[in-house]
Design a protein around this ligand. Structure first.
Ligand code: NAI
Ligand code: 15L
Length: 265
């Protein structure tokens, strides 16, 4: 796999910084974009500081790229205004630019919070109805629907990754089920960028964890094979968090603490 120019949005963020050195291996030029300042461009890199809500800025950010890994936007429960700007208007601007400029494929960082109000004793497939756990999850559901429209109507392909919890290690018991290692995230991105035909495919981004709430049976054509598991961290996580209150909504629902957080407290 080698792209000419690949665009990574949200490049100054937690996952963007992790992926910057990794994605360079798969392209001649990696264009990095964020609202926040970016580290200076190295060899084979370009940097663009732009607000996703600025249509003209997004148009030039997308110019000349072969594919997009879209991580940019609000990544937690927040007031409506920043979510509207980054995740609704921003998504529209990105897909319009991709349509006009004939970008073939986008990998969209959606989130498990699209189905965060599913219970932890349910197993959900990517074809089950969504159940967002807040404005953030709702905005990601919009993003997935937008991606579907741009495939059906304009032929722009997308893999929507419902990422679980991508950190160096799972931080709590919930993340034993939702954890996605950085190496598996890279595998998922490479599979999503290179699978021959994806149309609009939704896939949960998780490692090969022993406990899971998600079933990727409708995304096997993506060819993602996780190789890590949260199991190696289980003993330490359970020692840190010895008991769970099953009456707590954060324990009952897949979205964890997100189901009670945010402007609606
Ligand atoms: P992050 O918050 O660290 O990074 C997001 C980046 O987007 C930030 O650098 C921010 O400056 C930028 N951004 C926000 N609003 C913007 C705007 N209007 N215009 C341009 N840039 C803007 O989040 P993280 O953890 O790196 O996540 C990356 C993506 O993956 C996000 O879309 C998030 O929703 C998604 N995701 C991440 C998960 C995780 O475990 N880290 C889990 C599920 C989804
Ligand atoms: C997300 O969507 C967030 O971006 C991230 O901060 C994590 O909290 C993750 O979900 C999660 O559910 O653990």
């Amino acid at each position: 796999l080698r792209f000419g120019r690949l665009l990574l949005t949200g490049a100054a963020g937690h996952l963007g910084r992790e992926l910057r050195p990794r994605l360079k291996r798969y392209c001649d030029t990696l264009r990095l974009s964020d609202l926040s300042p970016l580290e200076q461009a190295g060899a084979g890199e370009e940097t663009v500081v732009a607000d996703l809500a600025d249509q003209a800025a997004v148009e030039s950010m997308v110019a000349g790229v072969d594919a997009i890994v879209h991580l940019g936007g609000v990544s937690t429960e927040m007031p409506w205004e920043p979510i509207l700007a980054g995740n609704i208007v921003g998504l529209y601007n990105l897909y319009e630019a991709a349509r006009r400029q004939r970008v073939r494929r986008i990998v969209f960082a959606s989130s498990n919070h699209v189905t965060g109000f599913r219970r932890q004793d349910e197993v959900v497939t990517t074809r089950d109805p969504v159940r967002p756990d807040g404005l953030y999850g709702l905005s990601k559901a919009f993003g997935e629907n937008l991606a579907q429209l741009y495939w059906d109507r304009h032929g722009v392909e997308t893999v929507s990754l419902r990422i679980g919890s991508s950190y160096a290690e799972p931080k709590d018991r919930r993340m034993l089920a939702t954890w996605l290692s950085f190496d598996d995230l890279e595998r998922l991105l490479v599979s999503s960028l290179t699978a021959p035909v994806v149309g609009h495919t939704v896939i949960y981004g998780m490692s090969d964890n022993r406990t899971t709430w998600w079933d990727n049976r409708y995304a096997s054509h993506v060819g993602y094979r996780p190789q890590d598991s949260s199991e190696q961290f289980r003993a330490a996580v359970e020692a840190r968090q010895p008991s769970l209150d099953v009456a707590d909504p954060a324990t009952r629902y897949q979205g964890g603490a997100f189901v009670t957080q945010g402007p609606h407290d």
